[in-house]
Design a protein around this ligand. Structure first.
Ligand code: NAD
Ligand code: UD1
Length: 335
């Protein structure tokens, strides 16, 4: 199967590219390097021995995307390309809507023209908004609290409507929980621009000496130790979920939603303590105010993906902490 990975040079896309190549898929990356580096392609080649073909383009650029489809004869598209910083999406919402929606529309129109019928989309647990109860199942109500989240919500709606209207089209919407970790080679990993917003890259940058101390956003949540609880998932497990999603899409029509999470919630202090223990590095931290918009607890019920996709997250928190640090210490300045 020949698969287009939009945003394939990014954090999750690069790990998925490696897993797809190793499983025998042919991969093509399309990326504008807005939030990634062309060096990723070299690293994927070093890991797998195969160099994915690269198109440097904006996935919202219809002419460029059309030309790529004309050349390549894809069987499937996995659409990772998108802007993903929640705070930034509040500051510049129109850019987020333009980028994250236009890319999907361009792909859908071009796929229709070239009879490409399999579409896997990177959605997010953010669409559950402020959950009333956990664990989260796919049927629970969705609502968003920021423009980034709304772009995921709207894309889910667009793709569901497109699949309803086109009996050839097969769409899999993957709601990722919190991906952390890195490939065990230490050659690819998460490489945020500027000061990280997310917990694990912040911790690894404290560990490597780029940042002095971690701020823990609130210790008065109704959780066992008062800090926020999330469902952290190893990015390699998450990447493997895309293989299962592609296999599922190839044998089913319509749109289907799957949570990709572990079912296990860990607090901020669980992460800090496990990281310190596994890697032998103290992470100094201060308790700060809650971050606006944060929720107390969020973790998945992944039963649907377990049973229907036959997918399970295998790697544990120690693997995630070890592999995140292995990537950061080998690449203190990123790529
Ligand atoms: P990332 O920023 O590392 O990767 C996204 C890639 O898309 C980057 O390489 C970027 O350059 C590229 N890109 C963005 N807009 C583009 C455009 N118009 N044309 C071409 N390339 C473009 O992010 P990631 O963490 O790998 O996330 C991948 C997807 O998963 C995103 O859609 C994100 O919203 C979603 N997601 C991520 C998380 C997470 O915690 N990382 C959680 C839930 C969902
Ligand atoms: C964030 C996004 C969410 C996105 C998810 C996955 C926000 C409000 N939400 O969620 O939309 O889907 O990432 O990428 O940005 N924490 C600290 N100190 C830090 C950073 C984080 O204590 O420096 C805490 C947070 O309060 C939270 C936990 O660590 O309890 C995880 O935070 P983070 O990694 O940013 O992920 P989410 O908040 O789940």
């Amino acid at each position: 199967m020949k698969v287009l990975l939009t945003g394939g040079a990014g954090y999750i896309g690069s790990h998925t590219c490696v897993e797809l190549i190793e499983a025998g898929f042919e991969t093509v990356i399309a990326d504008n390097f807005d939030n990634s580096s062309p060096k990723v392609v070299d690293r994927i080649e070093r890991i797998t021995g195969t160099r994915p073909k690269l198109y440097t383009l904006d996935v919202a650029d219809k002419a460029a995307v059309d030309e790529m489809f004309e050349n390549e004869h894809f069987d499937a598209v996995v659409h990772f390309a998108g802007l993903k910083a929640v705070g930034e999406s509040v500051q510049i919402p129109v850019r987020y809507y333009r980028n994250n929606i236009d890319t999907t529309l361009t792909l859908l129109e071009t796929m229709k023209k070239y009879h490409v019928n399999l579409f896997v989309f990177s959605s997010s647990a953010t669409v559950y908004g402020v959950p009333e109860t956990v664990p989260l199942t796919e049927g629970m109500p969705t609502w968003c609290t920021n423009p980034y989240g709304w772009t995921k919500y709207m894309n889910e709606q667009i793709l569901t409507d497109a699949a309803r209207a086109d009996e050839e089209l097969s769409v899999v919407l993957l709601r990722y929980f919190n991906p952390i970790g890195a490939h065990k080679s230490g050659l690819i990993g998460e490489n945020p621009n500027g000061i990280p917003n997310n917990l694990m890259p912040y911790i690894t940058q404290v560990a490597v000496g780029k940042l002095p101390r971690l701020g823990v956003f609130g210790n008065d949540y109704p959780t066992p130790d008062g800090t926020g609880v999330r469902d952290y998932i190893h990015v390699v497990d998450l990447a493997k979920g895309h293989l299962k999603a592609l296999e599922y899409a190839a044998s089913h029509k319509g749109a289907e939603i799957f949570n990709l999470g572990t079912s296990q919630g860990y607090s901020v202090l669980d992460i800090v303590n496990t990281f310190s223990r596994v890697n032998g590095i103290e992470i100094p931290y201060d308790i700060k105010d809650r971050r606006p918009g944060d929720i107390a607890e969020c973790y998945a019920d992944p039963k649907k993906a377990n049973e229907i996709l036959n997918w399970h997250a295998d790697l544990g928190l120690e693997d995630m902490c070890r592999d995140s640090w292995n990537w950061q210490k080998n690449n203190p300045q990123g790529y």
